[in-house]
Design a protein around this ligand. Structure first.
Ligand code: ADP
Length: 531
């Protein structure tokens, strides 16, 4: 069978068209290479062919497509890919060593292959692969076969290059997606219609919206400010011409209502967020997207509020005893007065008491700062007799109130506990002093010990104003005081229960409260392990 050069050229054109079409049809690289190879083999009336691709970063080649070679015979062709470097454009149509090796292979696999062309696939100035075309018989048809085949090699090189770029982009995209998804800050990307295109996990946690629910929605459906701390929000800024050339970022801060039916449930109905919007502009300064970085400021705001409370509470608590001490001392110092010994003693007692109050407050503050610095530690080595501690606490407080009566209820076999006696005394003091403070009408205060197989409990029961049970967690927090008239009237820092909890937990115990059953008042209980 013979083909004229004109026939061949027409055929070549047709194949090249088909390949260009395939290139844009996003075929898999492997299929595309096979198509190119078949066309190349066909064009020169060859028998078989293979494409070998250079392994990036290595000297070797690996087979990427074969045509006309049974799959189980492909390995035999390996010697053709090894150790005969491509010699450049002037390699010519035949390389004697290549032909010799082909003959060896052909004998082994019983295919009558006689002739081999090798064409480089070049990208930039790098050889990224070689196309081998094998002929059988001892004739060849077209004089300038290498020239004809070169166009196929070019197409193959483009295909490989595209595929590699695509793979790189894919990898890069996966990496970026992972970074966005894992980011501790919320990331929100909006298109130029303010529709959400990216919504990461941190943002789901903050807002209560899942990414599936949020993507595709308008920005304003998700970001609904309850209160705004900054002057403008995104819509107002856009209406005022943001972003101006130069593309400054826009910062918006406020509290946001959380999505109620959200999968990320939270006790908090709203969150404090700070959002930085960064516009992405095209070459012609058109806004294409907005990338927003979202920070959860709730903790920070709570910290700030606590800090404020701390300063006002502490200054009040410090001022009161200091002004009482100063008042009494000033009065006693008056030259014109002649104080009776009773008044002198009484006044000095007040001064001493208030000085003790100051010391207690300062000690509490020191304990809190130790807790915060992580240097809070117990001195556990003592054998603590809780019934004895309870009795002496009751005795001490009895002298300070005439409205309350005290009762102790401990089993005579109440076991000895190993703990920090000074700190456990502090817990009892705090619970009993609260019991007195928060039962202004007076009543009975019972300190009761109970024995269980693994632990003991001590409870302090009052008949006072009581605490709503949903305050269970809040009340043990630093500086937390219930907002009732009595708390506002009585002195306190909101540190007592916070420290008590820290002390009991450092002993591997627990502390909680419950409303009394069938009578007013509260019972605070702590447990301690027996060993
Ligand atoms: P402080 O008594 O200094 O305010 P605490 O940490 O000891 O601080 O207590 C925190 C808050 O818990 C108090 O302000 C009060 O509102 C409430 N509270 C504590 N004990 C009782 C109690 N026995 N009865 C009612 N409310 C209490």
């Amino acid at each position: 069978m013979g083909r004229s050069l004109v026939d061949v050229r027409v055929l070549q054109r047709e194949y090249l068209l088909a390949i260009s079409r395939a290139l844009t049809a996003e075929l898999e690289l492997h299929d595309l290479l096979r198509l190119i190879l078949r066309a190349a083999v066909d064009l020169v009336a060859g028998e078989a062919g293979m494409i070998a691709l250079a392994e990036p970063g290595r000297e070797s080649f690996r087979v990427a497509a074969v045509y006309g070679i049974p799959a189980d015979q492909v390995d035999h062709f390996a010697p053709l890919m090894r150790g005969i470097p491509y010699q450049g454009a002037d390699e010519g149509e035949t390389v004697p060593e290549l032909t010799r090796r082909l003959h060896e292979v052909a004998q082994k696999i019983d295919l009558a292959l006689t002739r081999v062309f090798r064409l480089p696939m070049i990208s930039g100035d790098e050889i990224i692969g070689l196309i081998y075309v094998f002929q059988s018989g001892n004739y060849h048809l077209v004089q300038d076969a290498p020239t004809l085949l070169r166009s196929f090699a070019e197409q193959a090189a483009i295909a490989v290059k595209n595929a590699r770029l695509y793979e790189q982009i894919q990898q890069e995209k996966q990496r970026l997606d992972a970074i966005l998804e894992q980011s501790a800050d919320g990331v929100l990307i909006l298109d130029n219609n303010l529709r959400i295109t990216v919504f990461n996990r941190a943002l789901s946690q903050m807002t209560g919206w899942s990414a599936d629910e949020a993507i595709g929605r308008h920005h304003d459906e998700i970001i609904q400010w309850e209160t705004l701390k900054t002057d403008t929000d995104l819509n107002e800024a856009l209406a005022n011409g943001w972003p101006l050339p130069g593309a400054a970022h826009l910062y918006v801060e406020g509290t946001l209502l959380r999505h109620e039916s959200g999968i990320h449930q939270s006790e908090r109905p709203s969150v404090s967020l700070g959002i930085t919007y960064a516009p992405m502009l095209s070459d012609r300064d058109q806004m294409t997207d907005i990338i927003a970085n979202v920070r959860d400021l709730t903790r920070f705001r709570e910290e700030q509020a606590l800090q404020k409370t701390f300063i006002s509470v502490i200054s009040h608590e410090l001022k009161t005893p200091v002004s009482i001490i100063k008042g009494y001392a000033g009065t006693l110092l008056r030259q014109d007065a002649n104080w009776s010994p009773e008044i002198l003693v009484e006044s000095l007692q007040v001064i001493e008491e208030e000085a003790d109050n100051l010391t207690a407050l300062i000690n509490n503050l020191l304990e809190v700062s130790r807790l915060q610095a992580g240097t809070f530690s117990l001195e556990i080595s003592e054998e603590v007799l809780l019934p004895k501690l309870a009795a002496s606490t009751a005795r001490r407080f009895e002298t300070q109130t005439d409205r309350h009566t005290f009762a102790l209820d401990f089993d005579p076999h109440f076991p000895v506990i190993y703990g920090d006696e000074r700190r456990l005394t502090q817990v009892l003091n705090n619970l009993v002093s609260n019991a007195i403070k928060y039962s202004p009408e007076g009543g009975n205060i019972t300190i009761k010990g109970e024995i269980y197989p693994e632990h003991v409990t001590v409870s302090v029961r009052d008949e006072g104003i009581g605490i709503p049970s949903h305050q269970q967690n809040r009340i043990f927090q630093k500086f937390s005081r219930l907002d009732n008239a009595l708390s506002r009237k009585t002195e306190g820092t909101g540190l007592g229960l916070y420290l008590s909890k820290a002390i009991i937990e450092a002993h591997n115990g627990r502390i909680w409260f419950a409303a009394n059953q069938n009578s007013p008042g509260t019972t605070f209980t702590f447990s301690l392990p027996k060993n």
